[in-house]
Design a protein around this ligand. Structure first.
Ligand code: SF4
Length: 771
């Protein structure tokens, strides 16, 4: 974990050169068309190419630092040639440099001038040559723009930038002082902790103080959100934390965090203008865009035109708000006529607590991780419902491309893109042919590495689309845009590919009409190596959930540091509250499903007759659910039932849950691992029992078998890591819906003989008394 020593923030403000210039020198439109380079790897390679061309004595990555009054400015210039007294800033790009917006160029010059001033100061130089080197990653060609400046002019420029920032810096310093004073005296908002909540809070506080990572398994109903947020915020001043990131897998988790902040702030929360804690909710672009039919630049979207000119006023107003949730942020953005999505990205810099999805810290181009690295923030990370992180991270680092969809897009692409699409198509067909020769009569194939010729054609296609976008202000066709982003993601993942952590496979698909084609998948199996640096960069990380067993599985797959602590918070519930019964005579294995339907219906019906009330019954698939429901209706026509359906929208989901009235009676049929098997709260008599007719094991198929093989090679337990642990986690989550408070009484029927096995029972919560 990051071990930067705590420094006093009371008097001095430290800012990165880039952040300073983005604050002082950005003006005009928001415009994302002229991208530096499509992938980070290309950018890094471009920088290496340029610096590799320089002669002996050339210094790369020159660390610079300087003060102006109580402001410290620091950063790393790309390169310095002492013999020529030339300081260089390298910017990689693709496309036509002439199309680069003027405000991008002005920002680059501002950065270079600040570096120049700092270098002149440090070396006592009177005059220096500044070179802005634009490097075309496709043509591998440099375009240098050179200017010679006297040190005194650069110093004046530097001081001017600092002065323009200082007013804001002073406000930030004052805010930081007040925030830390407020947090230091923060008290728990309730008379006492709930049972188990104190243990959790103490573990989190200790983790924050020691700078470690913590895996916290804590049962439902103890108030985990408050039990983790409160101690982490409380520890922030002592640990000189700049920010706390609360990351969750789903929207309800974010809402709980925002509610917890409101509870902590109390009814006497100060009026806007002087909030002790600034909280921001980050929302995805699809949900916050005001003009989904437009593109993000001034020629297309009115909220992008002049964005940076109106940003200072919007930012100042937003910084005066204690709670920038989705609604408030939108209101403010529209008041100032700026894009809400990009305003929220800006406010991530100036907020103390940021609440958002996992991807903002963990994915390939994660905003929060990028900002934290650039600004050297000390951040603490809270990952809510962390059992989801394995699958979510795998998803973030996996990619697929479908040839049938590609062909449909190819038919409609603008003329200048035809050549690039044809080239990729040829490479795709060649790849299919090779594989057919190597593994005839097989639709599913596993490949060694992503083929270089295919990737080269893909890279050329990306470049062509990129150039096209730079030259045409109007947004691209929806399907082409989707394919472009899928292809970009695929290319980025291919750059990360390694045999241990990834699987490259393809599947031949034959549509009802038209030609067959292959789907190429780059699947991440073990995200550990990609997540580990994220955890390392945090001053503290806490991953919490009701189901994090076995801890080794999560530590291995998530790449947590060796020193990660583990706490298993005892359940506040008593064994007498929950009867857990195993139906050992029933098998829910695929081959036994038909035979299982009648006994399952009998079991549910008899339980219901014995104690009428609301029950949930979980099955492994919709098909199994439908058949079980039919059998149940036949056998118990008078018992009310309702069922989860494929593709339910929010209203339909709510209607399903509304059937669970206090004192109501009936059985809701649902799919394990679906919307109703975790994250829902039905306390008291709203739910008095559950039936789980599956071990939740993922389907045995060629992909999962490949996962098993790779996980066995890495960790030894291929079957458990692929099937058993993920399956049992879903079972425990689903069964966990029954007991939500200390007063609840309920029953759980685990339907399958395999639940009786010692190895499986060891994965059930310790407080359950299994009959
Ligand atoms: S409103 Fe939508 S189109 Fe406009 S800049 Fe924001 S995200 Fe882009």
């Amino acid at each position: 974990m990051s071990e930067r020593p705590a420094e006093s923030h009371a008097q001095r403000y430290t800012v990165a050169v880039r952040a300073l210039c983005e604050f002082t020198a950005k003006a005009g439109d928001l415009d994302l068309r002229f991208t530096p380079s499509p992938t980070a790897q290309e950018g890094i390679a471009g920088h290496a190419t340029v610096t590799g061309r320089r002669g002996e004595g050339y210094q790369s990555e020159v660390s610079l630092r300087g003060d102006h009054r109580h402001l410290t400015v620091r950063g790393r210039a790309d390169g310095y040639d002492p013999a020529r007294r030339r300081l260089e800033e390298i910017k990689t790009f693709r496309g036509d440099l002439a199309r680069q917006p003027a405000n991008h160029r002005a920002l680059h010059w501002a950065q270079l001038k600040v570096y120049g001033a700092l270098l002149c100061r440090e070396k006592g130089i009177e005059e220096i040559e500044l070179a802005l080197v634009y490097f075309d990653v496709v043509k591998q060609k440099e375009t240098p723009l050179r200017e010679t400046h006297a040190a005194r002019d650069l110093e004046a420029f530097f001081q001017d930038q600092c002065e323009r920032f200082l007013l804001w810096a002073d406000r930030e310093l004052a805010h930081r002082r007040e925030r830390d004073a407020w947090l230091a005296t923060l008290s728990f908002p309730h008379a006492d902790f709930r049972p188990g909540q104190r243990v959790l809070a103490e573990s989190v506080y200790q983790t924050a103080c020691t700078g470690r990572a913590l895996l916290a398994q804590a049962p439902t109903g103890i108030g985990k959100t408050l039990g983790t947020l409160f101690p982490l915020l409380k520890a922030a001043p002592g640990r000189a934390l700049d920010k706390v990131f609360f990351l969750s897998a789903k929207t309800p988790g974010r809402r709980l965090a925002l509610d917890a902040v409101a509870t902590l702030s109390g009814p006497a929360s100060p009026a806007p203008g002087d909030p002790p804690l600034r909280t921001l909710e980050l929302i995805a672009r699809e949900k916050s865009c005001e003009h989904p039919d437009r593109a993000c630049h001034g020629e297309s979207c009115p909220l992008a035109a002049g964005f940076y000119d109106r940003l200072p006023a919007a930012r100042a107003a937003a910084a005066g708000e204690p709670m920038l949730d989705r609604a408030r942020l939108r209101e403010l953005a529209l008041d100032h006529q700026v894009c809400p999505y990009y305003l929220s990205q800006e406010m991530a810099r100036w907020s103390d607590l940021v609440v958002g999805d996992y991807n903002y810290f963990f994915d390939l181009s994660a905003l929060l991780h990028g900002l934290a690295t650039e600004n050297q923030w000390r951040v603490a990370v809270l990952a809510d419902e962390a059992h989801n992180l394995v699958d979510r991270a795998r998803g973030m680092y996996s990619a697929e491309l479908d040839q049938i969809a590609f062909r449909a897009v190819k038919k409609q692409v603008p003329k200048p893109l035809k050549g690039a699409f044809d080239r990729l198509h040829r490479q795709w067909n060649a790849l299919n042919k090779d594989q057919e020769a190597a593994q005839p009569d097989q639709d599913y194939r596993v490949h060694d590495d992503p083929p270089q010729a295919f990737l080269l054609a893909l890279q050329q296609l990306l470049a062509a689309v990129n150039d096209h976008m730079a030259e045409h202000p109007e947004p691209l066709d929806g399907d082409l845009t989707r394919f472009y982003f899928d292809a970009l993601h695929f290319y980025r993942i291919a750059e990360l590919f390694d045999d241990d952590a990834f699987l490259f496979d393809s599947e031949q698909r034959t549509p009802a009409r038209g030609r067959p084609g292959s789907r190429l998948c780059l699947r991440n199996v073990v995200p550990a190596a990609l997540l580990a640096p994220r955890f390392e960069s945090a001053a503290a990380a806490v991953l919490f959930s009701a189901t994090l067993s076995p801890a080794r599985y999560y530590a291995d797959l998530l790449g947590l540091p060796e020193s990660t602590a583990w706490v298993d918070v005892p359940s506040p519930f008593r064994a007498e509250q929950l009867q857990v019964r195993i139906a050992r005579r029933i098998s829910t294995r695929y081959r036994d499903r038909q035979a299982s339907l009648a006994p399952i219906a009998t079991l549910i019906g008899e339980q219901y007759r014995q104690r009428p009330g609301n029950y949930l019954a979980f099955f492994s698939s919709y098909d199994y659910l439908d058949r079980a429901l039919e059998a149940f209706r036949r056998q118990w026509p008078d018992i009310p039932v309702w069922a989860q359906e494929r593709r339910m929208d929010e209203t339909a989901r709510q209607a399903f849950l509304d059937r669970f009235r206090d004192g109501g009676e009936g059985v809701g049929f649902a799919v394990l691992g679906g919307a109703f098997s975790e994250g829902i709260d039905l306390p008291g008599r709203r739910l008095i029992g559950a039936f789980v007719a599956t071990l939740g094991l993922p389907q045995v198929n060629p992909v999962n078998e490949q996962f098993k093989e790779r996980l066995a090679a890495l960790f030894g337990d291929g079957y458990d890591y692929t099937y058993l642990y993920p399956g049992l986690r879903k079972v425990v989550q689903a069964a966990g819906r029954v007991i939500r408070t200390g007063d609840d009484q309920g029953v759980v029927h685990l339907i399958d003989d395999r639940f009786g096995r010692r190895q499986v029972r060891a994965l059930l919560p310790a407080w359950w008394r299994v009959d």
